[in-house]
Design a protein around this ligand. Sequence first.
Ligand code: UTP
Ligand code: MN
Length: 486
Amino acid sequence: MFHAPIVPRVRKRSRPAEADVPRREEVKFEDVRLYLVERKMGRSRRSFLTQLAKSKGFIVEDVLSDEVTHVVSEDSHASSLWKWLKECAPKNLKNLNVLDISWFTDSMREGRPVAVETRHLIQDNLPTLPEGSTSTPVTTVSQYACQRRTTTENHNKIFTDAFEVLAESYEFSEMEGPCLAFRRAASVLKSLPWAVRCLGATQDLPCLGEHTKAVMEEVLQCGRSFEVEKILSDERYQTLKLFTSVFGVGPKTAEKWYRRGLRSFTEILADRSIHLNRMQQNGFLHYGDITRAVSKAEARSLRTIIDEAVRAITPAAILALTGGFRRGKEFGHDVDFIVTTPELGKEKSLLPNIINGLKKQGILLFCDYQASTFDMAKLPSYRFEAMDHFAKCFLILRLEASQVEGGLHSAEGDSRGWRAVRVDLVSPPVDRYAFALLGWTGSRQFERDLRRFARVKQQMILDNHCLYDKTKVSAALDSQQLELIP
Ligand code: UTP
Ligand code: MN
């Protein structure tokens, strides 16, 4: 006998005949149920991605039901997405992973649902939400910068700018501990793909102490920190900041000048008892230019210039852009390059020859060349954060506007048609290239934490020259044979 179904069937919209044949994809991941948010993604892309996921054995739900475990969205506006989710999600949003498309693409590439990492999450930043109410299984943020994925986009600039002022102020007072604490805190906040809107959101973050949180609270409540404002208006801070902005002037020299009662560049330059070294003289001479940020286009143009100078000497030479521009920064305070020869030992004459070439071109405004003091037998160096021993030079080069795509990053009204730019070249032997590149890519905090991680977690010593196995080094030191990791 035939009974009419209790629930009336909804007539399907007529579709092309072949689409009516149900495609039976094998389900491989029973525990994972995806829901793709159509907003921003669009209908056709959504159905394409749905098919793709199904073909790989994923279950994709058409509606946002209680069954859904992973919501994937291409909507980069976290707040509007969450607002929408809260309105239409069937039950509480606990146990729901709200993810951006990177999780989906990673999973498709791997052919399995990859583990949810912080970088995949679209966080709910609405301050109205009590902390912890989204119990998305967040992988904890590591205390080591080298274990955190950090983009160049900083969502927490209001805090990190404040921390930088505090760190600098402690640096001027030679208080390394608190200085480092604020630098670490800034690094953690820079790694977040979301903006901190309430203090509660920071409860699971590492490296944020009482002091940093107090500053954050002030910034959240008042839009500024009074402690930071006090520093910014402090005469000593202002003067040391001004003096150290000169190329070649470190905190020690700045302090010495401050103690002598000097407060301005005019006073320094007028003081006959002060002897400026060559670096400082050039720092003052090109002050306007070299305190102005270098753009990506300028860095690219300098790469071409250096590349030509290098090829003229050794066509097979290796040249790599490093420092902040290698990390994808739009602006930098200088441009850093690593240059070496494929044949070990041939790099010795490289920097002096490049310097000569730049001089002949008439673009070398300043050069401080430091020959190599690298000696494998004297390593490892236990001095933390010691400068490396590779040959290097700190340069100021003349860059013509005509050589830069889109023109120079100059002051308005500057019609010289050129500017001075700081360039660093470092030249390791080719068998040290990888370590040099790693060490010079930065950021400073990343490098610091990479070394700390190697030491504390891996029992190894890392520097710009090498990676050493600590457990073998101490024994080997006696026999003068170091165990190096290639
Ligand atoms: P920079 O000071 O050039 O910093 O050093 P940056 O990250 O490129 O940023 P800006 O834009 O220029 O300000 C680049 C990296 O080289 C390392 C530093 O640790 C930093 O991470 N470095 C620098 C060394 O390892 N040894 C040095 O002698 C100098
Ligand atoms: Mn740099």
